[in-house]
Design a protein around this ligand. Structure first.
Ligand code: SF4
Length: 475
């Protein structure tokens, strides 16, 4: 196995990324991924369905300026992948999905009534679990229900995406999904290496995945993405290199490479992964560098953290134009949209609020049986939260921040309001992760890999004396 230093030395374009081992281990701490700020562990039961109604009323009062984003959570999976940290229900009993859909449709109707008059939609995402656990017929009926309740922008304007597990679909099903209205899909691959697949209980023939990609192109999907994971058991630089070769040859529009976070104390399936099979933090850094090097050499833009996109893909274009955003699905091109999320455990972001649905099917069904929106908890953001959210989002998406732009948008003097944060940023500057002057915070190439650490400086809820075990390591 190569060390990080050796890998980088061999990768001239990435020489700027060299990390000293001491810095690496200091930075490899537990921290949020900032798909929201404040993070979901700050949500409280005090924010209930009534508070959500209030947040929607305020949006009505202000007038809708942007179309909505919709998220639908389909929690079912046929088998469990041992690395999984998602909220899912593993079952081969398909009748469970039928029951779930009756409740999901009820929730969709209730949300649509709330948003009546501002129910245009430009972005729809199906996630899970496994959205393709649903049959063709179930999916058609669900899409028809959505179309009865919301006004969808035409295909060429809207982004309608679905996460597809290649093990659950045929090329014919892909053509049907396109007909049902989806124009983007992402395929879970993780790693093509059979030993890795066996270690994570996700056996997925390479030919099947490639056949699904071909089918998506044939069917006219505008964007095809592939999801990989680094840091899995039995994974090595060599195995991940071979997977990258195959992925690059398949030429998807987007590639996400997630860092496997081993947290068996939180996620039961992960207890079936032997710690001794996992790569070390230094090996994981090597893997990440290899991914960045190979993908940028192959012509992909490094969008940030774990996302890559072809230069002509909407994400790369949005980043160049300063329109990139980050939400619960990762990076997005729809900056100011309210996100209305339906389904068990789904998280909505409406105005200055976040809200999360009940996490178990039983509680979700019970609330809907009572004719209530199944909101279990949430948070209303105060002015300080909004300011910090803006800063964190900007750093995550654009890797720089104009201090003047913050002072114009919010009544604060940056140097005074964030005096303590600036002291911490100076330390990160000394570590080579950013540069700081009176006008700008600019993240360096090296700092991009540790952007979570940089954002953590602005997180007022993080208690340095109490490292929360629910967060993953930043490397
Ligand atoms: S990783 Fe995806 S397919 Fe695998 S168990 Fe988790 S939600 Fe289901």
């Amino acid at each position: 196995m190569l060390t990080s230093q050796k890998t980088i030395a061999a990768a001239a374009p990435l020489a700027a990324l060299a990390f000293e081992p001491a810095l690496l281990s200091r930075m490899n701490q537990l921290g949020p991924r900032y798909t929201s700020y404040p993070t979901a562990d700050r949500f409280s039961a005090e924010f209930d369905a009534e508070a959500y109604h209030q947040a929607v009323s305020e949006r009505h009062a202000m007038g809708a300026r942007h179309a909505l984003s919709l998220y639908l959570h389909i929690p079912f999976c046929g088998t469990v992948c041992y690395y999984c940290a998602c909220n899912k229900v593993v079952s081969k009993n398909l009748s469970k999905a039928a029951l779930y859909l009756t409740y999901l449709k009820r929730e969709i109707s209730m949300q649509a009534a709330l948003f009546d008059g501002m129910n245009q939609v430009e972005q729809l995402h199906f996630g899970g679990g496994t959205p393709t656990y649903l049959s063709d017929r179930q999916m058609s009926e669900l899409m028809a229900h959505l179309q009865r309740h919301f006004q969808f922008a035409p295909d060429q304007l809207g982004e309608y995406s679905i996460e597809v597990d290649p093990r659950t679909v045929t090329p014919k099903r892909i053509v049907t999904l396109r007909r049902q209205g989806f124009n983007r899909l992402s395929l879970g691959v993780q790693d093509f290496d059979p030993a890795v697949q066996k270690a994570v209980n996700r056996i997925q023939a390479e030919e099947d995945t490639l056949r699904i990609i071909d089918a998506a192109r044939f069917a006219g999907f505008r964007s095809v993405g592939i999801d990989l994971i680094y840091g899995l058991p039995k994974q090595s630089l060599a195995s991940i290199g071979q997977t990258l070769d195959k992925v690059i040859a398949a030429s998807p529009d987007r590639i996400a490479i997630y860092n496997y976070a081993h947290m068996p104390h939180l996620f039961k399936p992960q207890r079936r992964i032997a710690g001794s099979d996992l790569p070390t933090p230094a090996e994981k850094i090597d893997m990440l560098f290899l991914c960045i090097q190979r993908l940028t050499e192959a012509g992909y833009a490094h969008i940030g953290m774990d996302h890559f996109a072809r230069l002509d893909d909407d994400l790369a274009i949005a980043q160049r134009q300063g329109r990139l955003h980050r939400n619960f699905q990762g990076y997005s091109t729809h900056a100011e949209s309210d996100l209305v999320a339906c389904g068990v455990s789904a998280i909505s972001a409406v105005g200055a609020s976040y809200s999360q649905n009940e996490k178990t099917l039983e509680a979700y069904y019970l609330r809907l049986d009572r004719q209530e929106l199944p909101i279990a908890r949430g948070i209303r953001l105060n002015l300080d939260d909004l300011l910090r959210r803006l800063i964190i989002q900007h750093l995550m998406c654009h890797f720089e921040l104009s201090l003047a732009s913050i002072e114009i948008a919010h009544p604060v003097r940056f140097a005074e309001y964030f005096a303590a944060e600036l002291v911490q940023l100076r330390q990160l500057e000394a570590d080579g992760l950013l540069t700081l002057d009176d006008e700008w915070i600019s993240v360096t190439t090296k700092g991009r890999l540790l952007i979570r650490n940089i954002c953590m400086v602005f997180d007022r809820y993080l208690d340095p004396r109490r490292t929360p075990l629910r967060y993953s390591r930043t490397i």
